[in-house]
Design a protein around this ligand. Structure first.
Ligand code: AQP
Length: 331
């Protein structure tokens, strides 16, 4: 029964081309768990603007993310699919939580440090600094019990838990303290050309990621050119970060264990692994890509689906926000 289902919240930023890491680290799991829970899957466009975006491109990327959500198998009958910026309660709860979050704890967030370092900390936006508080607002607004994310979001999720507990302690029981769901396989897909960095959609190097919408030949080329390690053995180990990454992707996309794949490639070369991996990825991505392009042919339909989702999300969000405002003495 719907009423007894636990709630799940997660989201992806429309900040570039959705890639294999987003697919195996997030989307694939959301699809697999959608029957079990009451689901809120958001396109977190307010997060995307924490770094500069071209408005025309952003508009298109928002629809692309919606199309990929649906094409991956998220069912709008079972999931509330919506845009963050269309539910203004996210921004308002963010402000309330800003007043309980501490400057010191935000300063310790590694994603801010990494991203700020790339462009220079002095010119990083205040929004980028505040990103984890907005993320906490996203989750707490829906009283989500579970948040399926990749490994990179573990620290942010921990902060959401800290803020929920602190608010509850200061003002009375208001928010559910959420838990992360982080899978063993595919939780951290690394860049193909630099396996010490995570695969990232805002990377300026297209060779570093396989985009969900890449053509089959592009996928084959990118995997063929992926960096490898010295030696020739196909095993997952800390001194073989590149091959470990390829094996992890293989396992996540095929549903097989890394150890089984290692056994299959005993005595074979890196070239054999890459060739087969490319086909596994091409086969897994093709139906998603084809369906996404079909959906993108009707942007009005996508927009209206997102508006419907926002109406449903707003209903739930308003209840929690009212509660939080009342606790603070604002209502
Ligand atoms: N490389 C990855 N491996 C596994 N999971 C990943 N995720 C992201 N990268 C990987 C998971 O995808 C979800 C959506 O991420 P996001 O768009 O909200 O933000 P992000 O983590 O910052 O993703 P990117 O791709 O690195 O985007 P940019 O470059 O724009 O910052 C999350 O569940 C995330 O864990």
């Amino acid at each position: 029964m719907q009423d007894h289902k636990r709630r799940v919240f997660s989201g992806i930023q429309p900040s570039g081309n959705l890639h294999l890491g987003n697919y195996v680290g997030a989307l694939k799991n959301w699809v697999a768990m959608q029957n079990e829970y009451e689901n809120y899957f958001c396109i977190v466009d307010l997060h995307a603007i924490t770094v500069p975006q071209d408005p025309k491109v952003l508009r298109q990327k928002i629809r692309e993310v919606a199309a990929i959500y649906l094409a991956s198998g998220l069912d709008p009958e079972r999931c509330v699919i919506f845009r963050q910026s269309k539910v203004s309660e996210h921004a308002e709860l963010c402000w309330l939580l800003n007043c309980v979050a501490r400057f010191g704890e935000l300063q310790r967030m590694t994603q801010f440090k990494d991203k700020a370092q790339k462009g220079g900390a002095d010119v990083a936006s205040a929004g980028l600094f505040d990103y984890p508080v907005l993320m906490a607002a996203d989750i707490l607004l829906y009283n989500a019990h579970l948040v399926p994310v990749g490994e990179d979001q573990r620290q942010h999720l921990e902060l959401s838990r800290v803020l929920a507990r602190r608010f509850n302690n200061l003002y009375g029981e208001t928010f559910v303290v959420p838990e992360a769901i982080i899978l063993d396989t595919g939780a951290r897909v690394m860049a193909l050309d630099a396996p010490e960095e995570k695969m990232s959609k805002s990377s300026p190097r297209p060779a570093s990621f396989v985009s969900i919408l890449d053509e089959p030949d592009t996928i084959r080329k990118k995997i063929r050119r992926a960096k490898t390690d010295s030696g020739s053995e196909i095993t997952a180990s800390p001194d073989k970060p590149a091959i470990t990454n390829l094996l992890d992707i293989y396992a996540a996309m095929s549903g097989r264990k890394v150890s089984e794949i290692e056994a299959d490639y005993e005595g074979k070369g890196y070239g054999d692994l890459k060739k087969d991996l490319a086909e596994v990825v091409v086969e897994g991505m093709a139906p998603v890509r084809d369906r996404a392009y079909e959906l993108l042919d009707d942007p009005a339909e996508l927009d209206s689906l997102l508006d419907l989702g926002a109406d449903k999300a707003r209903e739930a969000a308003q209840l929690t926000l009212h509660d939080a405002r009342a606790r603070l003495g604002l209502d």
